[in-house]
Design a protein around this ligand. Sequence first.
Ligand code: BES
Ligand code: ZN
Length: 592
Amino acid sequence: MSRTDPHSFFDPDHPLVRRLELFLRPDFPSKTLSGEVLLHFDGASSGPLDLDSDGLRILSAAAQDGRPVHHALGDPDPILGRRLTLDLPPGTEAVRIAFATSPEATGLQWLEPAQTAGGSLPFLFSQCQPHHARSIFPCQDSPRVRVTYRAEITVPEGFTAVMAAAPLGARSGPEGRTFLFEMPQPIPTYLFALAVGRLESREIGPRSRIWAEPETVEAAAFEFAGTESMIAAAEGIFGPYPWDRYDMLVLPPSFPYGGMENPRLTFLTPTLLAGDRSLVAVVVHELAHSWTGNLVTNATMNDFWLNEGFTVWAERRLLEVLKGKEAAALAWALGQRALDRAMERFGPDSPLTRLKTDLWGVDPDAVYSEVPYEKGARFVALLEKTAGRDVFDRFIRDYIGRFRFTSITTEEFLAFLEERLPGLAGQVSAEAWLYRPGLPANAPRFESARMALLLRMASGWGQGERPPAEDLRALNPDETLLFLQNLPRPLPADSLRELDGLLGLSGQGNYEILVEWLTIAAQSDFETAFPKIEEVLSRVGRMKFVRPLFKALSATARTRALARRIFEANRARYHTLTRRVAEAEMAAYPEG
Ligand code: BES
Ligand code: ZN
């Protein structure tokens, strides 16, 4: 027995699952998914098989020919869930497991109708990365393992099921409608994704359609109309798009992330619907994962930077093509601030600030941060700068070609780098970047005159210097955000009122700006903004917004009381992950 993944019971010496067949039926009243999974092996197999499971009720297990398969659940581990050990009789080609999920499944969120735009039907969605697929079906839940699958999802009339897979139509039966899917490309289980609700779609390009509730689908189609040009730009750098379709699903606002790169069907938060296409960088990012991530991903969460670092770097390269150098520089600047915050959160000597991490015994969700994203992207940008763009672009295409549809370690990446660009790793002190904490001194800096001006405007504001109103209003959304981020805080109430009046902050459609404004207001104990803070925290589950708001509400006894009241009123409706980050922030509040 040899485990290689800190977050999975997957054992590389056991039979390897290569294909799944899933038959699932959501039951909204009981908040459970029940059904069967058929696990197909490489060939005829026998002996022990360790699977991951979390909260699952296992009803039966049998071989393809009906022979029962002995199975046993281990004790629950707070991070891994429960090991499900099967004892496969000789000649087992596939095993069929009947099971039901728990209403608390960490990979699912069951929404009340009131949590949707339509308000009439409940909604269900999954979020499997990094290790939550096991709360939906038993599987080898390690990214080292890739599977193709076919699925049949049976839902009541009026509901539509969508998956990150090719849709093969639907048929009606006595128990409702059954939607059929096929995923022909092999994926790690963290890229399994499903949503069920009242959904409609609109074509937005030759290989893209947008799915959303009927109430939001038009706004979504407008916001993401530029998708095909993004795909074309990405193909220019990385080569042909390898997943046939690039569709998107806009979820209800409790979705805990900005975006999730589920293959063929990116999942997105509705907080991207700013009305002016100012937040499409998240789509660029998720699209970039189609190559850096979904084609070549991390072997375990210890190598997560390979996935996110390369993708942030790719995202900024694409932004440069799509929106120009200045826009890309601003994105790097916003990222630098996020990185600084993350480094402060862990401390500069924390091993969590290494690119290669050691997460044995550590919950990957609890240590999720911008470090693998922004430190990782800076490392890739340094390699690019040092090698030269043309050389590095060729390297990236070779890298993706060499490792496509696999999952690799940092060391496998390093070996390939040394083989193709000998000496480069040494030249940039790759060892320090990968294995030591903090941000190395040779980190590339992305400065621009525009940015320096914004910083001066922000610090001036704190000293009572008011730039001409038209200058402030002329800022684009990313510039406004940078300006707000760099304002001193707390600010006095009259200064906040002036700012809000000038920039219309409380009525902002751009959630990045709105939430930055509300964190300033919270940190300044600015009562006028309390209702808006409550409104946002009662609706939006995106952790990127919920965490800083709860953090900012630690400012005074009054804001802490507000935070506790909002949390109590909403805890039952929050996604498990959202609830956990809010609790973690409030646990750090001072007494009273
Ligand atoms: N794959 C991530 C989201 C994720 C990471 C979910 C780890 C669970 C575990 C996705 O690609 C992502 O990074 N989303 C970001 C947006 C991006 C522009 C940085 C987000 O959700 O904010
Ligand atoms: Zn990402």
